[in-house]
Each structure stands twice: as C-alpha cells, then as structure tokens.
Ligand binder design. Structure first.
Ligand SMILES: [Zn+2]
Length: 147
C-alpha cells in the first residue's frame, strides 16, 4: 500500500506543472510521444536512487530494478509501487501493447512488455524525458507539496 497521495493535480496545479516542461518533455508526457532510442539521458544511467514522474514527482521506479535491455530506453523490471502506475491497453501503430502512465497525473511514461528478465519477467520501457532522477539520500521532488 503506497504512502503517497495519489489525488490528481487540480486544473490549476496541472497548468503550473505543465508550464515548467520543455517542448520535448511536453511531447512525450502530454502527447504520448516516444523519444529516439539511445539518446535519453537515463539510458546508461547507473547511479543509485529513484526515478520519479517528470511532471508531478511521484516515484515510479527504483534504480535497483533498472537493467540493460539493449533497446536504447531506460528499462526496469518492476515499479516503485504498482499503485503508482496506470496500465492502459494501447492498440496504436498496429500493435497490442500496454501503455504505462503515472497513476497520479496521468502523464505518458512508456510501455511494459512480457519479455523482461527475472524476477518479474516484465520489461518497463520508459522514456528518459518522462522521468526525473533523485540520488539516494536526497529528498524526493514534491512539486504538488503533498508532503
Ligand atoms: Zn505524474
């Protein structure tokens, strides 16, 4: 059970958060875009810490579950907390996939595939620009001031 407040941002809070995004972040988070592979800043990132939603700061993945998938996108075997992700059926581009969104602000993160390594066999394939990284020992971002 998560201890984080998953109440969606109010329209005013959302406008304030969205105003801080770069065009590239906006394209992925709000318009379901995909960044080019092997370009994202977190693809080769190996520091210990937590990856959170770029828009609202909710922690989504731990660095300890990150693995080298060879796809060119940051890949994880499991979420920080299953309640922090929303799973949405995605039939776009002629494929049947499961889209991953932030459970709090509904922003697009990437997709999950059933071809990952142990222990889960899942591969969460996430865009770097959807994420923000917090090293271990530093406070998590809290742009909605939820404490
Ligand atoms: Zn979010």
């Amino acid at each position: 059970m998560t201890t984080f407040d998953l109440t969606p941002p109010t329209p005013a809070e959302r406008r304030a958060l969205e105003a801080m995004l770069t065009p590239a972040e906006r394209e992925v988070l709000l318009q379901h875009g995909t960044e080019r592979p092997f370009c994202g800043i977190f693809n080769d990132h190996k520091q210990p810490g937590v990856y959170g939603c770029r828009l609202c700061g909710l922690p989504l993945f731990r660095a300890t579950t990150k693995f080298e998938s060879g796809t060119g996108w940051p890949s994880f075997t499991q979420p920080y907390d299953p309640a922090h992700l929303k799973y949405v059926r995605d039939s776009s581009h002629g494929m049947q996939r499961t889209e991953i969104r932030c459970a709090r602000c509904d922003s697009h993160q990437g997709h999950v595939f059933p071809d990952g390594p142990p222990p889960t066999g899942e591969r969460y394939c996430i865009n770097s620009v959807s994420l923000q990284f917090t090293p271990d020992g530093e406070p998590l971002p809290d742009p909605l001031r939820r404490g």
